[in-house]
Design a binder for this molecule. Structure first.
Ligand code: NAP
Ligand code: SF4
Length: 679
């Protein structure tokens, strides 16, 4: 069926062995998964999309899957979402597929019918059952409309051929329309499209069969199956296997896998999910079909991908966000340059959080993602001797990009090591992926030729005396110390001292400040000291890997409540409101289970031997805490900027030193990178 002979010249021989999909040969096992980017909403959209996909094809992936396109207007995810139902836009598809083919990759069009997962009012579903997380109730398709929807899938596949695609991916997972037909949770129909398992599987099966019939043997049909629904009323293992076998028999060439519905209460791709945690679901499917099976979700390094294939858990791997983080992922892995890979840290901050708030996707660790045409590679007008002061994310991004453009760069860091606030983030349980970012930056500092002077506090006088042409001030932030009576009490600990191991917390803790760091500290104090592995993660979230019960949901292990933690903020309203859109709920849900107490709208009165005294709901109360941790935001560290102002040295200020409020690594890296392209 396909070659499984490992290739020897690379450290990842299984990952880089060829494989046959239908009648097509793929050069390796890496698939770039479909991503909804909204790139078509920025100016010069075609140029952007061509640049985006070209960079990924050049970067060595074997197969690229386009963003999802609706087969008809009822299937749109939102007003203005991509659709392919006539020839008018085919020229854009041809431009993209030609560029991808010219750079050695194959490409499929993803056809997605959102069904009830839509933010547009003309939505339809298998039944008129509203999603708990989408705003509108769908209208149930009539039997005749089910037939015409299948015709629209076939028509879309025909247009995909004309658009130059090698085939299509049919989106059958994540709770979209096809998935809505296959499970009782969303299908209470009484016609031939509902009721028995055979009836519920008819919609996907007919779609595959009729597309195969229309497109012939050489057209790749990939079916994205929900390998695990993670919702009540979802499929059991037997039902998933039956669907896999049905679409295989109907003519699918390859199965891609999706994990969880959008409304699932179990995280599936964000940073708390251990790498390759869902391998078991793909492995199961491999035992029931003969066609290749693709693993997806939380596969972000070549060694994880290699392992999945070498152990036989999957035939290929799909990576989507890792291709935002580093378009050259595949080529670097193939050539043994693992250290040069900019690894996706699963933060979701600039990809999914942007998409779910109607912005255009990019990437925290790679601000050029989706913005390729905004960074020109022309040489600077004048090459500078540049000093960058501060090696947090803003400073490192500025130094590396400036050096890559030809400037001579010295990076000063007062601490013994580089990384700044990233070092704190990487110590939060579940956020160890941040270590990959520090590793990547450190490697890039070496390869780009930046001179790094750690343990050196740069002064304005010294910088002037050294004759630098320009200084970039990236001196970061200082934790804010709030004016509370008793703030110098021995019970008070600053968050950075706790995370860096310079201070400890007792068993009864009050946290002042409920921003991102207050929540991270609550996680740090309650999560236990061991980094989670797949087994403990699945047990904690009640995932039954045998999928005997509907949706694969089982019993959750009891949460550890041995430490009492109270999280406080002065403002009224919902706590944790500004946490990430697609990750905040995970933190809130875990902390609730572990008994976190939250108090909003309070006033801090004093800190003393008894604990923290506050005024809340008009009453004074004392929280009997043995440790009070301060997470009250940060102020800019502008001392150097102020000193430089009087010296005549030309300088820029970036990152937290520029503006501390709501600073995160996303803004810091973006600002540092963009400045380097202006110098
Ligand atoms: P933050 O989000 O601005 O929160 C600061 C907290 O301190 C707020 O709860 C604020 O609430 C309180 N506060 C401010 N001034 C205070 C004062 N004088 N006295 C007492 N309380 C005060 O800052 P952060 O938590 O330090 O986070 C810094 C940045 O890192 C944020 O922009 C955040 O986006 C980012 N970050 C993000 C994540 C994430 O999960 N994505 C995680 C960590 C950090 P009240 O004013 O209502 O008391
Ligand atoms: Fe990965 Fe975060 Fe970049 Fe998204 S924003 S691709 S999750 S690193």
């Amino acid at each position: 069926m396909h070659s499984s002979a490992p290739q020897q010249q690379t450290p990842y021989p299984h990952l880089f062995s060829p494989i046959r999909i239908g009648t097509h040969d793929l050069k390796n096992r890496i698939v770039m998964g479909s991503m909804h980017t909204r790139l078509e909403h920025l100016d010069r959209p075609l140029e952007r999309q061509v640049a985006f996909y070209t960079a990924r094809a050049k970067g060595g992936v074997a197969l690229i899957i386009s963003g999802g396109h609706a087969p008809n207007s009822a299937g749109l995810m939102e007003p203005g979402a991509p659709i392919l139902n006539d020839r008018a836009e085919l020229y854009t598809h041809r431009a993209i597929t030609e560029a991808v083919h010219a750079n050695g990759a194959k490409m499929l069009l993803q056809i997605i019918h959102a069904g009830r997962n839509a933010r547009q009012k003309a939505l339809v579903g298998a039944s008129a059952i509203k999603s708990p997380i989408y705003p509108f109730t769908p209208r149930a398709l009539t039997s005749a409309e089910v037939e015409s929807t299948i015709d629209d899938f076939v028509r879309c596949a025909e247009l995909a051929t004309e658009g130059g695609y090698d085939g299509i991916e049919i989106m059958g997972s994540e709770g979209y329309l096809i998935n809505q037909f296959t499970v009782p949770r969303t299908n209470d129909r009484t016609d031939r499209w509902g009721g028995s398992l055979e009836n519920r599987l008819r919609f996907p099966t007919e779609i595959v069969q009729r597309i195969r019939c229309s497109r012939g043997r050489d057209f790749i049909i990939m079916f994205r199956i929900s390998a695990l629904d993670l919702v009540e009323g979802g499929a059991t293992a037997d039902e998933i296997d039956a669907l896999a076998q049905a679409v295989e028999a109907a003519g699918a060439d390859v199965l891609n896998t999706g994990i969880g519905w959008h409304e699932s209460a179990v995280p599936t791709i964000a940073y708390p999910v251990p790498r390759a945690a869902w391998g078991f679901a793909t492995k199961r499917l491999k035992n029931v079909v003969k066609i290749p099976v693709i693993a997806s979700n939380r596969i972000n390094t070549p060694e994880v991908a290699e392992d999945l294939i070498a152990t036989g858990d999957a035939d290929l791997v799909s990576m989507a966000r890792p291709m935002l983080a580093d378009p050259q992922f595949a080529a670097k892995a193939r050539d043994g340059c693992r250290d040069d890979i900019n690894v996706c840290i699963a933060c979701n901050q600039a990809c999914l959080d942007y998409i779910f708030t109607t912005r255009v996707a990019t990437c925290l660790v790679n601000p050029k993602a989706g913005r390729e045409i905004e960074f020109n590679n022309d040489a600077p007008n004048r090459l500078l001797r540049l000093a960058v002061v501060g090696s947090g994310p803003a400073g490192m991004a500025a130094a590396i990009n400036a050096a890559c453009r030809g400037h001579t760069v010295t990076l000063f860091e007062a601490d013994a090591s580089t990384g700044g606030q990233l070092n704190l983030a990487s110590r939060v349980p579940g956020k160890s992926e941040f270590k990959e970012l520090i590793r990547y930056f450190n490697r890039q500092l070496v390869t780009s030729g930046v001179t790094v002077r750690t343990g050196t506090r740069a002064s304005a006088q010294q910088l002037k005396a050294d004759g630098f042409d320009h200084v970039v001030v990236a001196t970061g932030v200082k934790p804010r110390v709030p004016l509370i009576d008793g703030i110098n009490h021995r019970k008070v600990v600053m968050y950075n001292d706790l995370l860096m191991g310079r201070a400890n917390a007792g068993s009864a803790v009050a946290i002042i400040g409920a921003g991102g760091i207050g929540y991270d500290i609550a996680e740090y104090l309650t999560a236990g000291s061991e980094e989670q592995n797949s087994e403990t993660f699945l047990a904690e979230w009640g995932v039954d890997s045998t999928i005997r019960l509907a949706g694969g949901l089982g019993h959750r292990t009891d949460a550890d409540r041995s430490r009492s933690v109270t999280l406080l903020q002065r403002s009224e309203g919902r706590m944790g409101e500004r946490l990430g859109r697609t990750t905040g709920w995970i933190l809130r849900s875990q902390l609730k289970r572990r008994g976190l107490r939250t108090i909003a709208g309070c006033q801090y009165i004093s800190i003393g031997d008894e604990g923290l005294t506050i005024l809340a709901d008009g009453k004074t109360q004392t929280i009997a805490a043995d440790t009070i941790i301060i997470c009250a935001g940060q102020d800019s560290n502008r001392e150097l900027a102020d000193e430089l102002a009087g010296t005549g040295v030309s300088f820029d200020v970036i990152g937290g030193a520029d503006y501390a409020a709501e600073l995160d690594a996303l803004r810091a890296i973006d600002q540092g990178t963009r400045l380097a392209y202006r110098l």
